[in-house]
Ligand binder design. Structure first.
Ligand code: ARG
Ligand code: ZN
Length: 869
């Protein structure tokens, strides 16, 4: 396809799309018809070079056109109804404006097209709409013409100079205002950066625009990659299935990842906005300039771009923290990423949807925008970065763009350039792209006093996953340190080496089992393995409580210090869950006290290390999964820590007060996070002073992080003020959709500390009737239903099965409206086989009920089919 000329006559009820495609016969392809895909299109006309085609075969989704000649113009006109498009894929209406989402296969819902990523064309787009309703008309590339039309309508014409696949097409026609900034690129070109939002939101765009400028600079400095367009636009829309979309020059974002001001957005929101803006901006090179040959290669752009946005965020945090705080700021970011991986990707890799980062089959590609493709994909790129080093990785990236700019390529192409640029063999490494499942690394060490040596043995195994019974050895970088009895890192010298160094080093495990012998160790060291979480694996290492406490206090690697606290907590919680009479060990409380009192440690780090492991991760570690027992154990543990450390929590809360006007800064954010955590523990213990502080903070807060932190603490207590606080919060933000999402999510995700309180299901049902709730808005569904289904296992899996029956009703209701959102909710029960027999029965019954119903979308059918396989 050489060029595509699109004309849109926009109207909610009947939009006319005229599409002129210049098709050139591919000399490498066998002679065959022109193949165009179509979905829910009303085709009005079809011509080839202005006449009726020789022959047309149409099965409703695939259109085959026989055409003679080397170059032909195919013109097709379709009529679509954006106002009735509830799927939010293709062209749809949100708050009277028109927006598109074409990845992965939404373009075929707009016009007949060879809708596959390896077909790239230069697009010209003419938009025509009512001027009053849609004063702003945007599409990809550069604005080349605009003007008035009769009957109050107007038009704009856009031309994108870069050939692109159809999934990167976008248009916006809406009533919007802009915050913009002119900046100069590295090479001195003037470019215009814009953030388009609805009128009332102009005071919430500054952070996103700053993030865009910072992203641009970072990609110039880190990878030598410059913005290639004269203007780069971000548009925020309230109805959006995912986070955001990297359409060429016209990124479309969920409002959640654009809008922020101190009164409405938390520190975490600010952080997410920065990273999503960066992610989409970085796609301009990793995704758009070099794109995917087919959708199996999705991780080629997503894993790489997530890795790039993670590095960017770490650099931004480190820069803001200053020299002294930089290392800790980076570690805190890394810990966040590891938490996400463990909570979302590990369960996926252990369930019926397990797939390699490059899946080898799918029924509905939209189901594969997963934690595996994205987050595990980013870990695979990170391992390459670790193995090749910053410079070697950069050389590989340079080679990648020199070979493949403007092309649609594969993951093999990417790994091959990394190999070529560095002269290393990465054949075995490629197995990470084809094997599913989280690998286990079992480690054991033996210290020999006589020879003052320590032998570390590492053995790997990957459990079977659907369709993959046997796994081969992977290349696993294991960063490690050995800690001496004084708490300091030992000099690491492998047998046969002349010298050693007292710092972390990376061993490469590539066989099923390997041993490494370190010498010059006169005392038995404590191993600290997988530092910085150097590979996406589960480390199995026997450590007694004393060792975990020792590493919690001394491990020089902050990630591992945090991980030691997580492991210790996991052990304690699972013991409490297994035995209701068990006690919280005094040594554990003492280890937490030591961390709490370690005032020299960065508050953000302390907040990470003192927070318990996530409930979904713990559920994954429990066999069989018993969510009610786990919840009870977590509550007992939090209460005990709240009671026994009350004085310390109060002191730390008071010490963490941030003076002055709100700013998004890692140091301030760290203080606020630790203060909010202190309130949570105090509230869990119903500590009167703690609750008084929470109430006072809720009333006096000057920013959302503090206000919402205090509200969350109150809601997680038995204090009668919790309902009043929820009502006051609602009254204050009743017209603010994004803040109401927080209000919905808090209630859907709340633990029940007061046994007399309403069960969460009753509350969720009640909230569904709130006028602010809508099943048509994905953010609302994710906030209320998504939180209840996925982040509140102790309530959702109520023994009477009421949560599961409710789940089935909602999946069916959503299926009819928006299959992508429905499928995401459907996944909440996919791991049903891991649960206790009674819960298994209840879950399976409901999964079968949904599966047996009529009109199931391919999206939902795939998820449930796999769950029941
Ligand atoms: N490429 C987008 C992103 O960054 C995701 C869009 C996917 N949308 C979808 N409906 N499958 O990450
Ligand atoms: Zn992406």
């Amino acid at each position: 396809m050489e060029t595509v000329d699109l004309h849109f006559h926009l109207d909610a009820e009947a939009t006319l799309v005229t599409n002129r495609m210049l098709c050139v016969r591919n000399p490498q392809a066998e002679n065959g018809p022109i193949r165009l895909w179509a979905e829910e299109l009303e085709r009005l006309s079809l011509t080839v070079d202005g006449s009726a085609p020789l022959a047309v075969r149409d099965d409703g989704t695939l259109l085959e056109i026989d055409a003679a000649g080397e170059r032909v113009v195919v013109e097709v006109q379709t009529r679509i109804r954006p106002g009735a498009n509830t799927t939010l894929s293709g062209l749809y209406v949100s708050n009277d404006g028109f927006f598109t989402q074409c990845e992965a296969e939404g373009f075929r819902r707009i016009t007949c097209f060879p809708d596959r990523p390896d077909v790239m064309a230069r697009f010209t787009v003419t938009l025509e709409a009512d001027r009053a309703a849609c004063p702003v008309l945007l599409s990809n590339g550069n604005l080349i013409d605009a003007g008035e039309l009769p009957a109050g309508r107007h038009f704009a014409r856009w031309e994108d100079p870069f050939p692109k696949p159809s999934y990167l097409f976008a248009l916006v026609a809406a009533k919007l205002v802009v915050l913009e900034r002119q900046v100069r690129t590295q090479s001195g070109r003037e470019v215009l950066l814009q953030v388009w939002v609805e009128e009332g939101n102009l005071d919430r765009c500054a952070h996103a625009l700053d993030a865009l400028v910072n992203s641009m600079r970072w990609d110039e400095e880190t990878f030598g990659l410059e913005l290639d367009l004269d203007r780069f636009m971000i548009v925020a829309v309230a109805d959006f299935n995912m986070g955001a979309m990297e359409n060429k020059g016209l990124n479309i974002f969920n409002t959640k990842f654009v809008l922020a001001k101190p009164d409405t957005a938390t520190d975490v929101d600010y952080e997410h906005i920065e990273s999503v803006v960066a992610h989409e901006y970085f796609h301009n090179w990793t995704g758009n300039r070099v794109t995917c040959r087919d959708w199996f290669q999705l991780t080629l752009k997503e894993g790489l771009t997530v890795f790039r946005d993670q590095q960017f965020s770490a650099d931004m945090l480190a820069r803001a923290a200053g020299e002294e705080g930089a290392a800790s700021a980076r570690a805190v970011k890394r810990i966040d990423d590891v938490r996400v991986l463990r909570a979302a990707q590990f369960p996926e890799d252990a369930g019926p949807m397990a797939h390699p980062i490059r899946p080898d089959r799918y029924q509905e590609i939209n189901n594969f925008y997963t934690a595996t493709v994205y987050e595990k994909g980013a870990e695979i790129i990170r391992m390459l970065h670790t193995l090749l080093g910053q410079e070697g990785f950069r050389n590989g990236m340079d080679l990648y763009f020199s070979y493949y700019d403007g092309q649609a390529v594969t993951c093999d192409d990417f790994v091959e350039v990394m190999s070529e640029a560095n002269g290393v063999d990465l054949d075995q490494f490629m197995r990470w792209y084809s094997q599913a499942g989280t690998p286990r690394v079992r480690a054991s060490g033996v210290w020999d006093a006589a020879s003052a040596s320590y032998t570390l043995t590492l053995a790997q195994s990957t459990p079977p996953t659907p369709g993959q019974p046997d796994k081969q050895a992977l290349v696993i970088p294991v960063a490690l340190g050995l800690i001496g009895p004084d708490g300091r890192d030992c000099v690491l010298r492998l047998e046969g080496e002349a010298t050693g160094k007292a710092s972390t080093r990376v061993l490469t495990l590539s066989a099923m089992e390997q041993s490494f012998r370190f010498v010059d160790l006169p005392a038995e060291p404590v191993p600290s393995l997988l530092r910085g979480f150097s590979a996406p694996v589960i480390l199995e290492l026997e450590e007694d409580d004393a060792r975990l406490a020792f590493r919690m206090a001394h491990d020089a690697d902050p990630c591992n210090r945090w991980d030691a606290a997580q492991r210790y907590a996991e052990r304690v919680v699972l013991a409490l869950a297994a035995d209701p009479d068990a006690q919280v060990p005094a040594a554990y409380v003492q280890a937490m006290r030591t961390l709490l009192n370690a005032h020299s440690l960065d508050p953000a780090f302390r907040a990470q290390a003192l927070a318990l492991p996530g409930e979904t991760y713990l559920l994954e570690r429990m066999t069989p999964a018993d969510p009610l027992a786990l919840r009870a154990a977590l509550q007992r543990l939090m209460r005990t820590l709240g009671e026994q450390l009350a004085a310390e929590w109060l002191a730390v809360f008071d010490a963490m007060q941030v003076a002055g006007e709100y700013r998004y800064h890692p140091r301030d954010a760290g203080c606020r996070a630790l203060a909010n955590l202190a309130l949570r523990y105090l509230a869990a213990a119903d500590d009167a002073q703690g609750l008084a502080r929470a109430q006072q903070r809720f009333d006096a807060a000057t920013n959302m992080t503090e206000r919402f932190g205090a509200l969350s603490a109150l809601v997680h207590s038995t204090h009668p003020a919790r309902e009043q606080a929820l009502a006051a919060f609602h009254a204050r933000y009743r017209d603010d959709a994004l803040v109401l999402d927080k209000w919905f999510a808090l209630q859907a995700g709340a633990w029940r500390w007061d046994p007399a309180a309403l069960p969460t299901l009753a509350r969720v049902r009640h909230l569904m009737a709130d006028p602010a709730f809508s099943l048509s808005n994905p953010n609302k569904v994710y906030a209320l239903l998504g939180t209840y289904f996925r982040a509140n296992p102790g309530e959702f899996h109520a023994a009477d099965g009421s949560g599961h029956a409710f789940w089935a009703d909602q999946v069916l209701a959503l299926n009819a409206k928006n299959p992508q959102v429905a499928a995401r909710m459907a996944r909440a029960l996919e791991n049903w086989r891991r649960f206790t027999p009674a819960l298994q029965h209840s879950m399976r019954t409901q999964v079968q009920r949904v599966q047996a119903s009529d009109g199931l979308s391919a999206d939902v059918a795939e998820v449930l089919g796999k769950a029941l396989e």
